[in-house]
Design a protein around this ligand. Structure first.
Ligand code: SF4
Length: 173
């Protein structure tokens, strides 16, 4: 299922992150292959789950790769289930929107306070030295995702955990 509003949001976030990366090449030191942000415990909204599910239906080899990595005892249980043993993301082209912000400064309102964070490898001078235009606003992205979900998934708004086996169960239904 490819929801046009969700696809448009992905493109916007991708453009924004690329623009921030371009502007801050000297301060963004994490590189392709770095997987420090890829921790377990992520969950996705139904619309993102369906988007990834469509990709895995069309690319069973990607699902197999992720399932093999998930079951491999050499892999840390603290890593995201979709992180392969070689350190790449097995669903990179359809990764959740939150993953597009890996390495980029982010901000979100938590308990009525704006909280900011960034990968410790990047912007070494600290959060206070980062211009506001270099932050990804997670509240805005989450609001748009919630609106699309509420409109198109009113019967199943529940978030789903981001693990390969979760998608396997879905494939077998
Ligand atoms: S889905 Fe991919 S990019 Fe996102 S945390 Fe997992 S391995 Fe990393």
């Amino acid at each position: 299922m490819k929801n046009p509003d969700y696809l448009a949001l992905r493109i916007k976030v991708q453009e924004k992150t690329q623009e921030i990366e371009q502007r801050n090449q000297a301060d963004i030191l994490c590189k392709k292959g770095c997987s420090g942000c890829c921790r377990s415990g992520l969950s996705v909204s139904p619309i993102e789950f369906d988007f990834i599910s469509s990709f895995l239906t069309e690319s069973p080899e990607a699902l197999k790769e992720a399932l093999d990595a998930e079951r491999d005892l050499r892999k840390s249980p603290e890593s995201c289930g979709f992180l392969t043993l070689s350190g790449s993301c097995s669903i990179y082209e359809v990764r959740p929107i939150i993953c597009m912000s890996h390495g980029i400064p982010i901000q979100a309102r938590i308990d009525e306070q704006i909280q900011k964070s960034v990968c410790p490898l990047n912007f070494k001078e600290g959060l206070d030295h980062i211009e506001s235009s270099n932050f990804i606003n997670l509240d805005l992205i989450n609001s748009i995702l919630s609106l699309i979900n509420a409109r198109d998934y009113e019967k199943s708004a529940e978030r789903k955990s981001l693990t390969p086996s979760q998608f396997l169960h879905r494939e077998l239904k």
